[in-house]
Design a binder for this molecule. Structure first.
Ligand code: HBI
Ligand code: FE
Length: 272
């Protein structure tokens, strides 16, 4: 039975051996690729939550550990949930994760968020206290945005940070976005390929940018720190931004570079 908040039991006992093996296959493939690519909090989070112990993680055990670190828990949902339900979970430090896993013949790409994308991709970053606070702030901002008609702008922010974000570190550019760390091909493409633009993150600019959900990104936005991201989001009064954006239906196309902006890498856009 599904509750009002769309949560369901994970049903951990019902996973088949084949489903656990699918997790293991995906896990091993990503863990080999990610050193030197994923930002350290992601790698630390995998270890802290012991996500490589074998098989699909049990949400209860994992949540007990995660809660002791940053107060977040993971709850099971059947798939995409309505925006207001999604935001309400985040605002209360619950991450809704799909409980199903992709079929063995869909290892590389799946449109819906399954347990591998949601748990491997998103949950390790929730062990970083600043990022964990950002996610909650995003959820609260999302609830507020529902009345202002600016949901699309907020969705773009999520897309270019939580899902496809890059971060500048002392060791170079690294990945923190869940959509990238959970993808074998995009974890290489996003950092190494000459095709996509890599631009410095700017809140309002990002919120006005279109995005594509069906292929590699044509532009990635780079933050300097999770603190910057948190403060850009929390210290900014979204009211005036929303007001400016009200009249603006047009989005910046996905390959735009503005005159005044800080370019980290001007992409060739060959891939697109
Ligand atoms: N539901 N389960 C789930 N996962 C998401 O990432 C998600 C969602 N519902 C809405 C949603 N994302 C987005 O529309 C928001 O980020 C704007
Ligand atoms: Fe996601």
């Amino acid at each position: 039975m599904m509750a009002d908040d769309y949560t369901i039991p994970q049903g951990w006992d019902r996973y088949t051996d084949e489903e656990h093996r699918t997790w293991d296959t995906l896990y091993e493939r990503q863990v080999k690729l990610l050193p030197g690519k994923a930002e350290q909090s992601f790698i630390d989070g995998l270890k802290a939550l012991d996500l490589g112990r074998g098989g699909i993680p049990n949400f209860e055990t994992m949540s007990d550990e995660l809660e002791s670190l940053t107060g977040w828990r993971v709850v099971a949902v059947p798939g995409l949930v309505p925006d207001e339900v999604f935001f309400d979970h985040l605002a209360n430090r619950r991450f809704p994760a799909g409980n199903f896993i992709r079929r063995a013949d869909q290892l590389d790409y799946l449109q819906e968020p399954d347990v591998f994308h949601d748990v491997f991709g998103h949950v390790p970053m929730l062990t970083n206290p600043v990022f964990a606070d950002y996610m909650q702030a995003y959820g609260k901002g999302g609830l507020r945005s529902l009345d202002s008609g600016c949901l699309k702008n907020l969705a773009a922010l999520y897309w270019y940070t939580v899902e496809f974000g890059l971060i500048q570190t002392d060791d170079g550019l690294r990945i923190y976005g869940a959509g990238i760390v959970s993808s074998a091909s995009e974890s290489v493409f996003s950092l190494k390929d000459p095709s996509p633009h890599r631009l410095h993150f700017d809140l309002e600019r990002v919120m006005r940018t279109d995005y594509r959900i069906d292929d590699f990104q044509q532009t990635y936005f780079v933050i300097d720190s999770y603190e910057d991201l948190f403060h850009a989001t929390v210290d900014t009064d979204f009211g005036p931004i929303y007001e400016r954006l009200q009249g603006v239906d047009e989005k910046y196309p996905v390959d735009t570079i503005l005159n005044e902006e800080e370019v980290i890498h001007r992409g060739t856009q060959d891939y697109a």
